[in-house]
Ligand binder design. Structure first.
Ligand code: AP5
Length: 210
C-alpha cells in the first residue's frame, strides 16, 4: 500500500505513520525527520534547509523532490510506503505524478488550529529513533526517556508558539489545497483526530480497511 499522510503540523501524521508502519510492515518516510537528520549532521542539504525550518516555512521544492525520489528508490520501498509530510505543495505532488509514483490513498488528518497548539506544546520527540510522545496523551514509561531506544527526549526547535503559527499559516496557504487536488483524483480519505492516540489509530485502520 502506498499512502500519503496529509494534515496540519501536529495533526498526528507522524504518530499514525508509526502505527501504520508496524501494522503494514512498510517504511514511513518523513521528510521532516530526514531534514532534521541532515540539519544535525550539518550536510549541504541540512545547511540549506535549517533557516526555512526555523522560520516555519517550507524548504524549497527542488530539495524535497531530490531527497524523496532518492529515498523511494531504496529496496525497502518495493512493497509500499507511507509518505509523512510530503507532498506539501502542488509542485511536489506533480513531481510524484511525473515519477509515476502510484498512490493508493491520501489520508488527511483533521484537527482544529486551537487543538494543535496544545498538542505541539506537550510533544516530546526522540532525536535518535524519531519516536513521538506527549506529556499527557502519550507519556513515555520513564519521564523524559524514549521507550524505544532509551535516548533522552527533546522539545523540537520548531515547537515554539511563533514558529507553530507560521507553520499553520504555511499549511493553510500551501498544503491544504492538496486536499482538493487528491479529492479530484478520487484518492482522498479523511479521519478526525479524535482525542486519544489509540482511538485515532482505530479510526485510521477502519478508513483504510485494514
Ligand atoms: P514536519 O516534521 O513534517 O512537521 P509538521 O508537518 O509540522 O508535522 P509535525 O511533525 O509537527 O506533526 P505531526 O502531524 O507528525 O504530529 P505528531 O504525530 O508529532 O516538518 C517540519 C519542517 O520541515 C516544516 O516546517 C518544513 O520547514 C520542513 N519540511 C518537511 N517536509 C517538507 C516538505 N515536504 N516540503 C517542504 N518543507 C518540508 O503529533 C503531535 C503531538 O500530538 C505528539 O506529541 C503526539 O503524541 C500527540 N498526539 C497525536 N495524536 C494524538 C491524539 N489523537 N490525541 C492526543 N494526542 C495526540
Amino acid at each position: 500500500m502506498r499512502i500519503i499522510m496529509l494534515g496540519p503540523p501536529g495533526a498526528g501524521k507522524g504518530t499514525q505513520a508509526e502505527a501504520l508502519t508496524k501494522k503494514l510492515d512498510i517504511p514511513a518516510i518523513s521528510t521532516g525527520d530526514m531534514l532534521r537528520d541532515a540539519v544535525s549532521r550539518e550536510t549541504a542539504i541540512g545547511l540549506k534547509a535549517k533557516s526555512f525550518m526555523d522560520a516555519g516555512q517550507l524548504v524549497p521544492d527542488d530539495i524535497i523532490i531530490g531527497i524523496v525520489s532518492e529515498r523511494l528508490s531504496n529496496p525497502d520501498c518495493a512493497n509500499g510506503y507511507i509518505l509523512d509530510g510530503v507532498p506539501r505543495t502542488l509542485v511536489q505532488a506533480e513531481a510524484l505524478d511525473q515519477q509515476a509514483v502510484a498512490i493508493d490513498v491520501v489520508l488527511s488528518i483533521e484537527i482544529s488550529d486551537e487543538e494543535i497548539l496544545e498538542r505541539l506544546g506537550g510533544r516530546r520527540a526522540c532525536p535518535n529513533c524519531n519516536a513521538i510522545f506527549h506529556i499527557t496523551s502519550k507519556p513515555p514509561k520513564e519521564e523524559g526517556i524514549c521507550d524505544e531506544c532509551g535516548t533522552e527526549l527533546i522539545i523540537r526547535q520548531d515547537d515554539n508558539p511563533e514558529t507553530i503559527k507560521n507553520r499553520l499559516d504555511t499549511y493553510h496557504k500551501e498544503t491544504k489545497p492538496l486536499k482538493e487536488y487528491y479529492e479530484s483524483k478520487g484518492l482522498l480519505k479523511t479521519v478526525d483526530n479524535v482525542p486519544g492516540v489509540e482511538e485515532t489509530t482505530a479510526a485510521v485502520f477502519k478508513v483504510l480497511g485494514i
